[in-house]
Design a protein around this ligand. Structure first.
Ligand code: URA
Length: 304
């Protein structure tokens, strides 16, 4: 920030206190919603004097500005020049390609994004016959980081398998199974429900190998019948209907950015953001048939 910049007299003053006019928004929120930085990073930028409002350096975090009228700059650049990022979550149905187009003419995720005019692309894949949470965004850096194997962003799947998994098989899945492309890293497995011929488990993995969950279960002798991704990092599928999409809340988008920033920092510091080893075996039993409520994932929290 130059002295020249600091000396500029603003035509209108941003407000740190007192009644703010309708439509005014906290400075850190405006910066974060452009996708330039997470809310926390935006606060750091403000506090360290990188942000001007109407030409004047503003370091007070509570400052409110009117996005329609005030000119906000970060390091001398207008925020409006930054392409806003868009994040949305789709509940991909079965028998849909998780790509944007398919040379074979099959239905793709794009066919479900009615009214979305921004070009977003899927972050990762789900098999044709898998369903559940897919994140789509135009934020390429974030997408790349979320998929980076060293960042170990956890993904949780609700799975129906053939037969009933034994405790030893569950322990094997948790510790790592030997696939043709190497050992899997530690996973978390939670028993959900069992019937006579099938059972339901929830598995959290920190890798993204092709058909990984299906191959892991096949290895312990329980082919997958149905696979639904219910969680990805801080995002939860919640009650989103099959084939429906919704935009992420600010809180969710910020949580995603925080995850990536935290992991990036750890990697830069030479630390492993890591896969936690499975917790000591909890001998939790299966829910009893007939006495169980249907599995309902926790609802994603919405912010008004
Ligand atoms: N693992 C699989 O085997 N399939 C998926 O679609 C996702 C994870």
């Amino acid at each position: 920030m130059t002295e020249k910049n600091r000396a500029t007299i603003p035509s209108r003053s941003p407000r740190a206190s007192g009644p703010a006019p309708e439509g005014s928004v906290r400075l850190q929120k405006i910066i974060a919603t452009t996708g330039l930085a997470s809310r926390r990073k935006a606060e750091e930028l403000i506090a360290s004097g990188h942000v001007t409002v109407n030409g004047k350096v503003v370091t007070e975090l509570g400052t409110k500005v009117d996005p329609e009228r005030d000119h906000v700059k970060v390091d001398g650049k207008h925020l409006t020049t930054v392409q806003p990022f868009v994040y949305l979550m789709l509940n991909k149905p079965k028998h849909v390609m998780s790509t944007l187009d398919d040379p074979g003419g099959r239905t793709t995720v794009k066919d479900f994004l009615h009214g979305v005019s921004v070009r977003v692309f899927p972050v990762g894949r789900l098999d044709f016959d898998s369903e559940g949470l897919m994140l789509l965004t135009n934020n390429g850096d974030l997408a790349q980081a979320l998929l980076h194997p060293r960042y170990h962003v956890p993904k949780t799947y609700l799975i129906k398998v053939k037969g009933v998994l034994t405790d030893d098989e569950i322990a094997e899945l948790q510790q790592g199974v030997n696939l043709e492309d190497g050992m899997t890293s530690p996973a978390t497995v939670k028993k959900i429900r069992k019937a006579e011929a099938n059972s339901w488990v929830e598995i959290t993995i920190h890798e993204g190998r092709k058909h990984q969950v299906k191959r892991m279960l096949e290895t312990v002798g329980h082919p997958v019948i149905k696979l639904t991704r219910v969680k990805m990092g801080p995002l939860m599928l919640g009650g989103l209907g099959s084939g429906e999409f919704r935009f992420l809340t600010d809180r969710e988008a910020n949580a995603l950015r925080e995850v990536v920033e935290q992991r990036r920092t750890l990697v830069q510091e030479g630390k492993d953001p890591g896969v936690r080893p499975p917790r000591p075996k909890r001998r939790a039993g299966w829910a009893k048939p007939g006495k169980t409520k249907r599995y309902v994932p926790k609802k994603a929290r919405r912010v008004a």
